[in-house]
Design a protein around this ligand. Sequence first.
Ligand SMILES: *[C@@H]1O[C@H](CO)[C@@H](O)[C@H](O)[C@H]1NC(C)=O
Ligand SMILES: *[C@@H]1O[C@H](CO)[C@@H](O)[C@H](O)[C@H]1NC(C)=O
Ligand SMILES: *[C@@H]1O[C@H](CO)[C@@H](O)[C@H](O)[C@H]1NC(C)=O
Ligand SMILES: *[C@@H]1O[C@H](CO)[C@@H](O)[C@H](O)[C@H]1NC(C)=O
Ligand SMILES: *[C@@H]1O[C@H](CO)[C@@H](O)[C@H](O)[C@H]1NC(C)=O
Ligand SMILES: *[C@@H]1O[C@H](CO)[C@@H](O)[C@H](O)[C@H]1NC(C)=O
Ligand SMILES: *[C@@H]1O[C@H](CO)[C@@H](O)[C@H](O)[C@H]1NC(C)=O
Ligand SMILES: *[C@@H]1O[C@H](CO)[C@@H](O)[C@H](O)[C@H]1NC(C)=O
Ligand SMILES: *[C@@H]1O[C@H](CO)[C@@H](O)[C@H](O)[C@H]1NC(C)=O
Ligand SMILES: *[C@@H]1O[C@H](CO)[C@@H](O)[C@H](O)[C@H]1NC(C)=O
Ligand SMILES: [Cu+2]
Length: 784
Amino acid sequence: MQFFTFIYLALPSVVLSAAFPPLGYGRRVLREAFDKRNSNVSAHSCFTEAAPATTAPKTNVWAPISGDDNLAVWNLLHDPASSLNLTHPNDAILTDNYVFWIDALHTNKSAVLPYLDGNATAPPKYARAIIFEGGKAVPDSQEYMIGPLPVGPKTTVEKLNYIYNGGTGGSVPYNARYFDSPRNAASDPLLASVMSNISDITAALFQGGVYYGSNDSRTNLITTWGVPMSFDGTKAFRNVMFKFPGPASYLTPLDFFILLDITGTDASLYSLRGFVTAEKLYPTVEALRTAFDAGDLAMEYDQTLDADWALVNYKPELGVRDLEDRLAPSTLEIGGKRYRLDKENQYVEYMGWSFYMSFSRTLGIMFYDIKFKGERILYELSMQEAMAQYGGGQPKAAGTVYHDTYYSLGTEMSALVEGFDCPWGATFWNLSYHSNNATITKTNSLCIFEADMNFPVSRHRYGADNAYGYTQLGTVKGAALTVRAIATVGNYDYMFDYAFHMDASLEISVRASGYLQSSFYYPDQGAWGPRIQQATQGSLHDHIVTFKGDFDIVDSSNSLQVSELKAIKTSQSWFPELGEFEQLEMETSNMKEEQQFNWAANNQAMYTIINSNATNKWGTPRGYRVVPGRSNIHLSTLNSPFSRNNSHFAKSHLAVTQQHDNEPYANSVQNLNLPWKPQQDFSKFFDGESVDGEDLVLWFNLGMHHFTRSEDVPVTLYSEAYSSISFAPQNFFDRAQDGDLLNRRWIEVDDEGVLTYEDYGVGLETCVVDLTEPTEHIGMMLTS
Ligand SMILES: *[C@@H]1O[C@H](CO)[C@@H](O)[C@H](O)[C@H]1NC(C)=O
Ligand SMILES: *[C@@H]1O[C@H](CO)[C@@H](O)[C@H](O)[C@H]1NC(C)=O
Ligand SMILES: *[C@@H]1O[C@H](CO)[C@@H](O)[C@H](O)[C@H]1NC(C)=O
Ligand SMILES: *[C@@H]1O[C@H](CO)[C@@H](O)[C@H](O)[C@H]1NC(C)=O
Ligand SMILES: *[C@@H]1O[C@H](CO)[C@@H](O)[C@H](O)[C@H]1NC(C)=O
Ligand SMILES: *[C@@H]1O[C@H](CO)[C@@H](O)[C@H](O)[C@H]1NC(C)=O
Ligand SMILES: *[C@@H]1O[C@H](CO)[C@@H](O)[C@H](O)[C@H]1NC(C)=O
Ligand SMILES: *[C@@H]1O[C@H](CO)[C@@H](O)[C@H](O)[C@H]1NC(C)=O
Ligand SMILES: *[C@@H]1O[C@H](CO)[C@@H](O)[C@H](O)[C@H]1NC(C)=O
Ligand SMILES: *[C@@H]1O[C@H](CO)[C@@H](O)[C@H](O)[C@H]1NC(C)=O
Ligand SMILES: [Cu+2]
């Protein structure tokens, strides 16, 4: 029913009345132009017109594997000839071997460049598959590479070890592997047994709350638990917190925790390590019962059972805002779409930019071969990890670190709402991933749109001796193309934006909305966040989102130039009265070795990826600057046991390495449960190799220190939980890349006070704004 909101918001069909016919190139008098309003132009739709097509110069060699390839790989793995002895995941128990997931393996850059830049044939595609091997004598999870694809006589299934540096290749100990439903099912009976024996206690403490097992009809509490669930793979633990169920359960936690040892594949050996409530540990049922019987256990606050307050719907109790019942301003592509798409190849051209996109179930959207006016800037731009680490005075908050690739972040990129999540008229693409032998399509999960920046790219006014206040004025319209997707990984809705600007700069931003992971409210625990509801505390935490930027400025031989601003003492003979005086100077050098580093204090250093052998017209090495944006942070805790050695990528603002085919990812997708013995240790990338005149990768972090607040209820606000960075040309060109834009005004006022202006043939246009004619996406929302 709620989708009828769209009908309510829809506008009548109108044609923008400020339109006038295309006038052709030339100088005109301002008055005449504005008098020539005309609404008779046959207008295109602002919203439903498809972007014009183009053809990618090369096949997209980074694309995800097709559904057919996935099926063939699945069948190959399950063929008895492969000797993997696999059980279907739906039937699997701990001691079976079964497929966790299948995805595309990254394609080696060394194999791609000869194809991309030369006449070599396209490199073969490979799949990667994670297989849980509980049936082995020493149970583990082993990753395989399967290729070349399509599956044929030459296809092999080999262990995928070369991308991991932890010492055990693609093998992850059983105790550290992903905690999936068979592991959940194996440890639930112990949890149910413990909780059944104390159901009178939990019912008394938590308004009738009981747990008899997750599938028992009497159960009215739900569980969550901290991750990591192991430190080094030798043991596994499960620290459970109970919550009231419902769509906002993240905001209705209870002060009750059960600590279990769940080491190994024999569930009969699993054991209770204790209970925590009211900030005390009770090692046994007896200890807990004794305290309960003595009246030592009581909840000072009741958690709310009805969590309507936590839904992202209209809250009339907040009052009425004047004029707010009118439709808010919206982006219109009035002149028609100004970008071209090759959907088959996931290839985009926009205002000099061109790039390919890919998608993976773990990393989400990835970009390849980003060029401006035919010259390569980046070979690859991709998110690598979305991490969060919490603090608190109870086992769940204190012991929670998330690596969202562990949860297959890409698979959580879901349908976007036209007009709200992305502008009306945006291009919507589907994203697909594989599950078992099938391919799941998430419709309309990526959007592409061009939007007004609402400020000019550049402008200047000259002269003031007339009624207009100028004799010359130049101003250039600002716009950018954004590629957007939102991943709802459990509680949070991470929005990833990649904005391609007219001036050849590229901006990446991440925003977080969705539910806070909260804690029960403890009045003495203000150091871990404020009270945000009757019995809820907003848990303090950090978000760190790590990206890979494989820069290829013109070619793959690049350096990282550091230009430091120094206050130096000088004396100059023409200022004899000053003697020695302080002024600004820039000290420039190239970084020599691979390293992790932080933004300079006061941002007094500029970092630029340059190509020393490619100079602009003025003899300066061409480069792209790494421009700090908003909330450029790293993890606050550098020595926490929960993130000790599997999260080094999050512990500096920036890092630079030499590009290697065997270092494609900052993290491994099953590193989360291995903080003390990681499968992939980012810090090992830094082994003294040169980064001067080499193929460089810049790793950079966005994120937020989440200082939780009552305004995180019901959900965190995108406006504030926001981080960004830009890459901007730095002597890459001979001049600014705005001179060739026609969307500008050059206005002159002559001695007689007559104003004339150039419109360069870009007249004001018209398009039909008809929100009552539902587009595919509004239609989808109305009927779903
Ligand atoms: C618009 O079209 C109508 C009907 O064809 C015509 O009468 C009117 O003059 C036109 N207006 C303009 C401004 O051309
Ligand atoms: C195959 O795995 C099953 C458990 O899923 C096990 O019982 C069986 O012994 C295994 N077969 C071989 C040949 O390893
Ligand atoms: C690719 O082939 C064309 C035509 O045979 C040739 O002109 C060109 O030099 C080749 N390019 C490279 C990089 O080998
Ligand atoms: C609950 O039942 C479902 C369906 O039978 C099963 O797949 C799941 O493993 C069960 N969960 C637990 C925790 O036992
Ligand atoms: C729960 O109570 C039953 C029956 O008294 C007992 O056999 C079982 O061991 C208890 N479970 C736990 C985890 O204490
Ligand atoms: C997305 O998937 C839906 C359902 O399969 C399909 O109808 C639609 O055409 C797809 N959209 C695009 C842009 O490919
Ligand atoms: C996928 O597997 C299921 C059994 O889990 C089977 O019913 C289905 O036919 C398979 N699909 C294909 C395309 O092979
Ligand atoms: C760059 O220029 C230097 C000095 O001219 C030269 O030694 C080096 O080989 C060049 N590098 C590349 C990749 O062309
Ligand atoms: C873990 O990282 C720390 C630095 O934070 C380092 O000193 C230590 O040697 C690392 N431990 C292992 C086992 O690699
Ligand atoms: C990619 O490069 C690595 C390192 O050179 C190599 O071990 C691996 O086999 C290559 N992968 C493919 C799919 O060719
Ligand atoms: Cu947060």
